[in-house]
Design a protein around this ligand. Structure first.
Ligand code: PGA
Length: 274
């Protein structure tokens, strides 16, 4: 079955929520979404490192995957401030995010840094979510497609097709769309960029595997724009910041988009209301 037959919905809680608040958020979301089967919806939350263990004890991969916001390059070593894949495995992380815009632009990580992190995450068997996105300047100069291709080709340089098939997800997060000052991407622009990403993935991994890698949109997603985004054929899920930090809001977005996604896929289950 294609990996794209289910909807992907997740949140990165950035440097918000202490472990107590993160566990509460997870518990509430679990309660709200308990009627939705895992073959229909893949949920995930990416909290601060200190919340992973407490959250992983409360949930399963099938219900809600718990992820890390980054990963070091090596299992151990002189890397103050980094986190080892062994540490993440031991606390129960399922997923690792690499190359979030704030890592690239606030902490100045390069495409080559992201490539080392992706390699480490995949080698340690984590589902790996590589974030890519062009800056406003790149968009204005008309080089969004080229910028995305560079981030993908360098970031995924050491990933094999079989690893990609099993473990890789991509998030398209245009830098200008993220956070409190962000302007959400117009849905047709987002769809076109997802098309460019899918073309680059097909070039890297071949069309069968490249075309089956989930590509999620992120950047100021909210209840108002989520429906328009999910109607787009190249958008396989949504990766949400602020709009999902309240579990009830997150659930409202999920309930709004899931039937639309299923309609798009032609897989509405008769009589079933999500
Ligand atoms: P936002 O964050 O939804 O608050 O814009 C998105 C992100 O940073 O992944």
């Amino acid at each position: 079955m294609s990996r794209l037959s289910k909807l992907y919905m997740g949140t990165n809680t950035k440097m918000y929520k202490t472990p107590v608040h993160a566990v509460r958020h997870l518990a509430r979301l679990t309660e709200l979404c308990s009627d939705i089967p895992p073959d229909v919806l893949q949920l995930f939350i990416i909290p601060s490192y200190t919340s992973i263990e407490g959250m992983a004890k409360l949930t399963t991969r099938d219900a809600i995957m718990v992820g890390a916001q980054s990963i070091g390059y090596e299992e151990e070593g002189q890397y103050t401030g980094e986190i080892s894949p062994l540490m993440l495995s031991e606390v129960g992380a399922d997923l690792v995010m690499v190359g979030h815009s704030e890592r690239r632009h606030t902490f100045l990580e390069s495409d080559f840094d992201e490539e080392r992190r992706v390699r480490c995450a995949i080698e340690h068997d984590f589902t790996t979510l590589l974030c890519v996105g062009e800056t406003l300047e790149q968009k204005q100069y008309g080089v969004s497609r080229e910028a995305l291709a560079v981030q993908l080709k360098i970031g995924l340089h050491s990933v094999t097709a079989s690893q990609a098939n099993d473990k890789l997800w991509i998030a398209y997060e245009p830098v200008w769309a993220i956070g409190v000052n962000g302007v959400p991407a117009d849905e047709s622009y987002a769809n076109a960029m997802h098309g460019e990403i899918k073309a680059a993935l097909s070039e890297i991994f071949g069309s069968e595997i490249g075309g089956d890698i989930p590509v999620l949109y992120g950047g100021s997603v909210n209840l108002q724009n989520a429906e328009k985004l999910i109607r787009q054929p190249n958008i396989d899920g949504l990766f949400i910041g602020r709009g999902a930090w309240d579990a009830d809001n997150f659930n409202s977005i999920i309930r709004a988009v899931l039937p639309l996604f299923q309609e798009r896929k032609g897989s509405v289950r008769s009589g079933k209301e999500w």
